[in-house]
Design a protein around this ligand. Structure first.
Ligand code: CTP
Length: 406
């Protein structure tokens, strides 16, 4: 794990309205604090039926506000003071009733009053709905949600799944880690907004027989970090992943493949519909010419079986060779074991790509951090050692700068 503090310096007002999902708000407050944010909790009366201010105070490290008549703020105006300091107000959980209050601009309780009194251009409002699926799909709620979005609120979720009432459907509040990641993404600069980004990641697996194969040590972490960073930067992201057990970054469309041929066949029809192609996958260069349909058994001779190998298609080079009108901006990766820069320069020209990102393979596979060299026609730039998501965000920025204007 990394100790990156993605919300360092951010001051978040976390509002709780009444709902069972208040139990998740406790964990969400912890996640925000762990990510470096300062958190000011504001609770409605209804929320206090589900969780106490004492719990929220302990987790946020600050006294909780529950009333507009609170005399603590200097000028006795909690509803003004609290939002002036905030980088965002996040209401999680937001009940159907609370969303109705927002839609109508009501101000009967401190939290609703605070949302109404916030400076809309400086203090964004993020709302994480939490309610029964029938309430979520009711025309009144649909209308209220559309209204608050039109008024500038950002929705976080809701998710789909089991509900506290025993039903299954849309309306459950996102999990604390999902809310945290959505909030982190919200604050990232939208340098790839409107762009479509295709990423390959992970190793490939080339079958020898039904139980064995050839693969490599790529963990997929760099590619998944790039997919996440591109999505955070506002892109629509498709991730073609070899066999890895990493979770899909939020908002990313994932296509799982096993072999280099499958990866090639997934990528080629998609590539012309994307603005950027980032090939981070450690594609196996060769595969057994014919995989055995049955498990290969020892034959008692003491001799190992001999395999004929055949070369896999070079996916990156194939995309880079597409006609200009169909060709995304191509970014290659090079994992080298020696002469990193010389090999990277040669590889960039050989693959015909404008940007090649080089790293030291054995020093990065499976690790959470890395150093990168960016090699393009203008020269070389180094990105110093950092965790892979930090590098991926910087790379998303470097790619955005190199793209032709839409
Ligand atoms: N790549 C690809 N398809 C392949 C092989 C590689 O798309 N069949 C892409 C990788 O995703 C990476 C870049 O090409 O972006 C370079 O991969 P690398 O394995 O370093 O290069 P190779 O072409 O395999 O060269 P070599 O093994 O000789 O270093």
């Amino acid at each position: 794990m990394t100790d990156r503090l993605d919300l360092a310096g951010r001051h978040i007002v976390l509002g709780l309205s009444g709902g069972v999902a208040c139990y998740k708000a406790a964990d969400f407050a912890r996640e925000l604090v762990k990510a470096g944010a300062t958190v000011q909790v504001v609770m409605t009366e209804g929320s206090q039926q589900f969780i106490t201010p004492v719990t929220m105070q302990a987790l946020s490290g600050r006294p909780v506000y529950t009333s507009q008549w609170d005399t603590r703020p200097a000028a006795n105006m909690a509803h003004i003071d609290l939002s002036r300091e905030a980088d965002a107000i996040v209401v999680a959980p937001a009940s159907a009733d609370f969303i109705a209050q927002l839609a109508q601009g009501r101000a009967g309780e401190l939290l609703a009053l605070l949302c109404l009194a916030r400076p809309v251009d400086r203090c964004p409002l993020l709302v994480a709905p939490a309610m029964n699926r029938e309430m979520w799909s009711h025309p009144a709620t649909r209308r209220n949600v559309a209204q608050i979005v039109a008024d500038g609120a950002h929705l976080l979720g809701p998710g789909h799944g089991d509900q506290a009432c025993g039903e299954v459907g849309d309306g459950r509040m996102l999990e604390p880690a999902e809310l945290r990641d959505d909030l982190i993404a919200f604050f990232q600069p939208k340098v790839l907004s409107g762009r479509h980004v295709l990423v390959t990641a992970g190793p490939t697996f080339e079958a020898i027989d039904p139980v064995r194969g050839i693969t490599n040590l790529s963990s997929g972490k760099m590619g998944f970090a790039i997919a996440r960073a591109a999505a955070e930067a506002g892109a629509q992201v498709t991730l073609v992943a070899g066999p890895v057990s990493l979770p899909t970054p939020r908002g990313v469309r994932r296509i799982d493949v096993l072999s280099a041929l499958q990866m090639h066949d997934a990528v080629m029809p998609l590539a012309p519909h994307h603005d950027v192609f980032v090939a981070t996958a450690a594609v196996a260069d060769w595969r057994p010419a014919a995989a055995s349909e049955r498990k290969i058994k020892k034959d008692g001779s003491g001799q190992a079986p001999a395999f004929e190998m055949t070369e896999n298609p070079d996916i990156l080079a194939a995309v880079a060779r597409l006609p200009e009108a169909e060709r995304p901006y191509c970014v290659g990766f090079a994992a080298e074991s020696h002469d990193v820069l010389d090999n990277a320069r040669a590889k960039r020209l050989r693959k015909g790509v404008p940007l090649l990102v080089a790293n030291h393979g054995p020093a990065t596979f499976g690790r959470d951090d890395n150093t990168l060299l960016l090699v393009d026609a203008d020269g070389v730039a180094e990105m110093p050692r950092a965790d892979k998501l930090t590098l991926a965000r910087a790379l998303a920025g470097a790619i955005a700068q190199r793209l032709p204007r839409p």
